[in-house]
Design a protein around this ligand. Sequence first.
Ligand code: BGC
Length: 729
Amino acid sequence: MIKQFYITPFFLVFIVFMSSIVNAQKDRIVEEKIDSILSLLTLEEKVAMCHAQSKFSTPGVPRLGIPEVWMSDGPHGVRAEINWDNWGYAEWSNDSITAFPALTCLASTFNPDLAKSYGISVGEEARYRKKDVLLGPGVNIYRTPLNGRNFEYMGEDPYLASKLVVPYVKGVQENGVAACVKHFALNNQELWRDHINVEVSDRALYEIYLPAFKASVIEGGAWAMMGAYNKFRGQYCCHNELLLNKILKTDWGFDGVVISDWGGAHNTYEAAMFGLDMEMGTGTDGLGTTTLNHYEHYYLASPFLKLLKKGEVDEAIVNDKARRILRLMLRTNMNSNRPLGKMNNVEHHHVARKVATEGIVLLKNKENFFPIEDREGLTIAVIGENAKRSMTAGGGSSELKPQFEISPLEGIKKRYKNAQIVHAMGFASGPSVYDQILPSPYDADSLKVEAIEIAKKADVVLFIGGLSKSHLQDCEGADRKQFELPFGQDDLLNDIMAVNKNIGVVLITGNAVEMPWLDKINGLIQGWYLGSIAGDALADVISGDVNPSGKLPFSFPIKLKDNAAHYFGELSYPGDSINQFYKEDILVGYRWHDTKKIKPLFAFGEGMSYTSFELSDFKLNKKTYTKGEQITISGTVSNTGIVDGAEVVQVYVGKSKSKVKRALKELKGFKKIVVKRGLSEPVQITINVNDLAFYDEAIKDWNLEKGNYTAYIGNASNNISKKIKFEIK
Ligand code: BGC
């Protein structure tokens, strides 16, 4: 007979207590090791560790066997090798990797377990490529659909981003590779990113823009953080007293390394004093024209050494930086126990495909347009450049060199063995140069004529369009200039609809776009940038092999002015090139749409399935709560349709009477749950009462307001099936 073992609460407390003693002991040993190394280092050697020696590495101390630190972008895979001194690719033949879906797609999965698998896999690839720091993930909040880099982030909600960044970071770091969370903070647009000064209230800062960074440090234990390019309250974020010294290092107890964004440091004294530990990318390209190694001119190089030698900066300052860097090394390249890593293995492809299929969002499905059946006699016209375009190239520093990439068209052709698939480009993206998009070298009219010809003869039209991931189109370094689809896609869609009304659209973007044609199409899929296996993943969902379960991680406004940042005019977005003011304050994304009753085109948390779900019997475990207590929300999710599927139960909380301005409701809990057709599953979500506090500017601290609250339970921010009142005493 098998004996059963029970873990008593007492035993559990004992285990936690013992492990905290063991951890404290381990920490002490590490710190003692660092002390002993520090005592061997010269001032010059300590300073050298604080700045780059090449585009992506910092020097070690060879005489002591202290290794170099090697970094790579991030966050969707490990970037190809870059030249020592310039941004050119080194053209190695062994640096092709697995490209994972963009972080917007990961956010759409609403699945922290998948974020963990993502982190582990990308960390394994980084480790295999001998990287010590992975430059990612990015958790800047989605504030405007024009931000060129939204696709690298986790959406507009601080709670969702927090829940996903933590497992990502942990997963990466399990490999002895540091995650470098970026860009700290308020880098919410690309336009003027290198100098714009962001002015934002303390409330919005603490409630909206910082929580995901905080979670990555406190819960995720991130070992590195990248300072943003922009300024905050007049000081560059890469050397910002409030952000780095006070909030990150003091309040959150961050013991890792603050790395500058590439070229984000601007002043030696400030960099030394205001929290920067490692300076990267300043005045790059070549070894310079002087006899000195170019890297010696970095702010945290010779000029820093000079200040230290003159006594204008205390040696304790460089000791703290060197200590942090050595700590990062003992966690990474000086940790002889770290695993060896893996690259391009089937498990990674599997994770990439799983994230992609779970993140794809079905937004419209008139008369069950999707899934499209694979049957003899059916002709599917796949129209659009994005059906064939590589979406791992482009986009800026996150671009990747995958070992292979399956385009949507390839994936569809592979999956559809009986139906006839025909393709026409329909439109072609033009090259973009500084500030403008040039017309494509293709003749737009003949592309259109060709597309219309195949659309006429087809039973189904699948338009695969969106943005191009090139300059001004979902790409680092610039924002989009227009909300509508580029390259004449809106007109093209109208012309196609005139000849064939049975049309579905797949949008390959990392951002919301304007959709003047939405009423006239039958199906809409938000397809993101899906990485190596993009085509297979899309075909999985289009064919119905996988039932979609993705939910939007940000709101799609109908028109740009409906977005809060844009509502307040130019000083709010993009600013006057010197300053910008986040006038919408805490009302970002759905908080704005909900509170101001401005209907979005698609709402945060929205996403359809091929089956139908019913949420029932939802209740709270109590009516009143006090500080520190857990609120338990439980209920049932029933799959009332004819296929298996997964639903995301979302719990928002709001407080109508409050002494401060509040959003109508805010996401405070969610759970993704798989339910077989015809069956029901119980679901339970817990919220800590303390997490309902607001940031009180008067007392400069979190404040839990007493009184009546409402829990909103639903499967989208705009589809609430139950409201339950409760009280905090
Ligand atoms: C980007 C960072 C990136 C770095 C290195 C910068 O321009 O903002 O996200 O990690 O370059 O490529």
